[in-house]
Design a protein around this ligand. Structure first.
Ligand code: RNT
Ligand code: ZN
Length: 413
C-alpha cells in the first residue's frame, strides 16, 4: 500500500521519501506540564496566573519520579525528534527545598532533568521562567509590578533562568528557547496602561543586560490577550512584545490561543519571518477562549505547518506544544497532541508547494482552488503508518496507555 500511495503523490511531483526524511528530524518541544496539571515540583499546590486546568481524571503525576515515568512512557509512543520543555517550577530542589527561592535557582537543580533527557536521547531542553503559583506574585503582578522588591525578585528569577538555559544548551549542543510569559494584567478598567508596560520594558532590559551567549539561548517573549481574572488589560500585549523583540534582537513566541478568535497564527508566522531569524510557537487549541485543549489534527494546525514548511522555515520556527487537559488520560493527551503536530507537518511536507505558488503568481486561481481541494484526499494515512513503522512506534498507542493506566496511574490518589 505504501508503494502505491507513494505513486499517487508522485503524480503531483511530491517526493514522499524526502518528506519522511525531513519529518523525522524536525524537533518538537514537548511540555512537561501536561503530566501534572501545571503544578510543578517546587512547592506550589495550585495553579494561578489566569490559566486553568479542568478535570479530575485519575493519575496526575505527584512528584519527580512519577512525572519522569509518565514522560518516559508517553515519549516512547511519539514518533520524531523530541525536546523537553520545562518550567522553572520543575526544579528538583532536594534538601534545598524550602531554603532556596526562584530568584536563586541554578543549573544544579536541573541536573536530574538533563540526565533523564539524555537517557531518552532527546535533542535538548527548552525552558520557561515560572511567574505564577508563587507567593511573590504580588497582586498577580511580576515583571510589571510597581512594588520594586517584587519586580526585582522576578528579574533575578529570569536572569537565573537564562543561566540555566545556557547550561542546557551546553549539555546538549543545541540552542535553548527560553520563553518569558507573565500573567500580569488587570481584571477591570485600568487607570494607567502605560506605566506597567514601561516597568515591564525596564525589567526585560535588566534581564537581557546579563552576559549570555545569544547563540545558545534564544530568549522569547509570549504575548496574550487576556486571562481568567485579568480580562480587561494584559501588560505583555502583542504590539508591546513585537516591538520590544524587534528592537532588542530577541524573538517572539506565538501561542495560537493568545489572540482574538478570528486572528490566525498561521497568518502571523510569515509576517514575522519577514523580519525575524527565529520565531517560537506554542501550539495549542483554544475552544472559545485560551482553553489549552489537546492539539488535534485540524485545519489551523495544518495551516500553521504549511507556513513553516513552504517558507523553508523548519530551522527558524521553534515548535513547542502547550496544552493541559486533566479530564482525560494525561499520557494520551500528550501523545495525541504530539502526533497531531507531526501529522500536520507531514501533510505540509507532502504538498507540491512550488506548483501551488506558481499558480498563485500567474493568477490561475481556479486551477489553484481545484488542485488544493484535490490534494486534500491523497492517502496521507498510509504514508503516516509507514512513518510510524520506521520510527518504531505503534499506530495504536491507546491500548498501551490503558495498560499503563491500570498498572500505574490508577493507584495515584
Ligand atoms: C499561558 C501561556 C503559557 C503557559 C505555560 C504553562 O496562557 O500559554 O505559555 O501555558 O507557560
Ligand atoms: Zn503558551
Amino acid at each position: 500500500m505504501y508503494e502505491q500511495a507513494k505513486k499517487l503523490y508522485e503524480v503531483y511531483g511530491v517526493d514522499v521519501e524526502k518528506a519522511l526524511d525531513v519529518l523525522k528530524n524536525v524537533p518538537v518541544s514537548i511540555h512537561c506540564w501536561q503530566g501534572d496539571d501545571v503544578i510543578g515540583l517546587d512547592g506550589s499546590d495550585s495553579l494561578s496566573g489566569g490559566i486553568q486546568t479542568t478535570g479530575d481524571y485519575p493519575g496526575r503525576a505527584r512528584n519527580f519520579e512519577e512525572l519522569k515515568a509518565d514522560i518516559k512512557k508517553a515519549f516512547s509512543l511519539m514518533p520524531g525528534k523530541k525536546r523537553l520543555n520545562l518550567h522553572a517550577s520543575y526544579a528538583v530542589l532536594g534538601s534545598d527545598r524550602g531554603k532556596v527561592d526562584r530568584d536563586k535557582y541554578a543549573p544544579k537543580y536541573f541536573e536530574p532533568w538533563v540526565k533523564f533527557a539524555k537517557e531518552l536521547n532527546l535533542d535538548g531542553i527548552d525552558f520557561n521562567p515560572t511567574m505564577f503559583g508563587h507567593p511573590m506574585m504580588k497582586d498577580g503582578l511580576s515583571l510589571s509590578s510597581p512594588d520594586e522588591k517584587t519586580r526585582k525578585f522576578w528579574v533575578e528569577h529570569c536572569k537565573a533562568c537564562i543561566k540555566i538555559s545556557e547550561y542546557f544548551a551546553d549539555e546538549f549542543g543545541t540552542p535553548t528557547v527560553m520563553n518569558i510569559w507573565i500573567p500580569d494584567g488587570y481584571k477591570d478598567v485600568p487607570a494607567d496602561r502605560l506605566s506597567p508596560r514601561l516597568r515591564l520594558k525596564k525589567s526585560l532590559d535588566e534581564i537581557l543586560s546579563i552576559d549570555y551567549d545569544r547563540k545558545k539561548v534564544s530568549v522569547a517573549v509570549e504575548s496574550k490577550v487576556f486571562g481568567i481574572g485579568v480580562e480587561s488589560y494584559t501588560v505583555g500585549s502583542n504590539e508591546f512584545y513585537q516591538i520590544y523583540a524587534a528592537k532588542n534582537n530577541i524573538c517572539c513566541l506565538l501561542d495560537n490561543g493568545h489572540y482574538h478568535p478570528l486572528e490566525y497564527v498561521s497568518d502571523k508566522i510569515p509576517s514575522l519571518l519577514a523580519f525575524y531569524d527565529t520565531v517560537a510557537l506554542h501550539v495549542t487549541r483554544g475552544v472559545r477562549w485560551d482553553s489549552d485543549h489537546v492539539v488535534l489534527f485540524e485545519d489551523e494546525l495544518k495551516e500553521i505547518a504549511k507556513e513553516i514548511v513552504r517558507n523553508d522555515a523548519l530551522n527558524k520556527v521553534k515548535i513547542g506544544l502547550d496544552y493541559f487537559d486533566a479530564s482525560i488520560n494525561r499520557l494520551s493527551a500528550w501523545v495525541t497532541g504530539q502526533r497531531a503536530m507531526q501529522k500536520a507537518l507531514l501533510t505540509a511536507l507532502l504538498l507540491p508547494h512550488d506548483k501551488l505558488k506558481k499558480l498563485q503568481d500567474s493568477a490561475e486561481f481556479t486551477e489553484l482552488m481545484v488542485l488544493q481541494e484535490e490534494l486534500k484526499d491523497l492517502p496521507l494515512g498510509i504514508i503516516w503508518s509507514e512513518y510510524l513503522k520506521r520510527e518504531k512506534v505503534k499506530a495504536d498507542y491507546l491500548s498501551e496507555i490503558k495498560e499503563y493506566e491500570n498498572k500505574v496511574l490508577k493507584d495515584r490518589k
